[in-house]
Ligand binder design. Structure first.
Ligand SMILES: Nc1nc2c(ncn2[C@@H]2O[C@H](COP(=O)(O)OP(=O)(O)OP(=O)(O)O)[C@@H](O)[C@H]2O)c(=O)[nH]1
Length: 301
């Protein structure tokens, strides 16, 4: 989320005057999209995924309540915030709209200042929700995907690989002698080194669907969908090469005088669970550590 993009508001109302009045009101601050009936509202919502919809309740054919029901049933549009704008001004109508999951309910005739204030309020809530969702999935120190995001992506990619038979590779990478690095250079320097390794991991995980995540401590994980063992090993070579170029001094290391990683990896075998694949990558990381560090061990097969 950049924070500079204008937010998108879709106005769905069958009355052209209402559409125009609302559009004129919102245009100076937001990107405004228009729909003149329920079908068009659903089509534009799916195509443009607006941040907020002002939805007229009483429209011919598909009314606003039905539009809301259908929006919620489609994962693409389910999260769009809705404000009902309605000629139905009985308390039970308003309660009904809110119970259905609308963020707000404004009775016609509406007051322009109040509409603007409510739109601004709900768009702020949308921004805050996105920020929270973002923070919940990002590691604060490195900016990489965090463990939660990795777990979600891994489960989804494993399922996808199982369904479509495409290769799925997974690698665990761990900085060598990092305890000694911290002891020798201090924890803040350790943090900087960890960030440098994370940047390198993010750079090599640039292919579509690839995820570089901080699994915990100084352990990173690379999830590589649609990637066979040969390509995955190439990605890990690129990571090792990047670290070699960075040549971060590590006087206390056992493997080399610079910061290095050990990595273990595996490519999904038919019938294997996600946990099996993870365990295989972990076992090969252990082997890489045991056999001298600064190397990649990949499961054969
Ligand atoms: N600076 C810093 N250090 C961290 C962070 N997370 C974990 N560590 C350190 O990473 C070190 C991991 O130590 P070990 O698990 O013994 O591993 P190691 O020293 O790298 O040894 P090998 O993996 O066997 O090469 C510990 O000293 C942790 O304090 C962090 O966010 N910042």
């Amino acid at each position: 989320m950049t924070g500079v993009e204008t937010q998108k508001v879709l106005i769905a109302d069958d009355d052209p005057i209402n559409r125009q009045v609302l559009a004129e009101l919102l245009k100076p601050e937001y990107t405004v999209l228009l729909a003149k009936n329920g079908e068009q509202a659903l089509e534009r919502a799916a195509r443009h995924t607006p941040d907020l919809m002002l939805l007229d309740v009483m429209m011919p054919d598909l009314d606003g309540f039905e539009v809301l029901r259908r929006l919620r049933a489609d994962p693409v549009t389910a999260g769009i915030a809705i404000i009902f704008i309605s000629g139905l001004d009985r308390p039970e109508d308003e309660a009904n709209g809110l119970k259905m999951g609308a963020a707000d309910y404004i009775a016609k005739p509406f007051n322009a200042t109040v509409v603007m204030a409510r739109v601004a309020l709900h768009l702020q809530v949308v921004r805050q929700q996105r920020l929270l969702a973002h923070l919940a999935h990002v590691d604060a120190l490195t900016g990489l995907a965090n463990r939660r995001r990795f777990d979600e992506s891994f489960a989804a990619e494993w399922q996808r690989a199982r369904d479509n038979g495409a290769p799925l590779s997974l690698a665990l990478a761990d900085i060598d002698s990092f305890k000694q690095y911290n002891d020798h250079y201090g924890h803040p320097a350790g943090d900087r080194a960890l960030r440098a390794v994370a940047r390198a991991a993010a750079a090599v995980a640039h292919r579509p669907g690839h995820v570089a995540a901080r699994y915990g401590g100084e352990e990173l994980v690379l999830l590589m969908p649609e990637t066979d063992a040969a390509l995955a090993r190439q990605v890990l070579r690129e990571l090792a090469d990047t670290l070699a170029e960075l040549a971060i001094p590590h006087a206390a290391a056992v493997a080399a005088p610079v910061l290095t990683i050990s990595a273990g990896g595996a490519t999904l075998l038919p019938g294997e669970t996600a946990a099996d694949l993870f365990a295989a990558a972990d076992a090969h990381l252990y082997r890489a550590k045991q056999t001298g560090r600064n190397r990649v061990e990949w499961r054969a097969g």
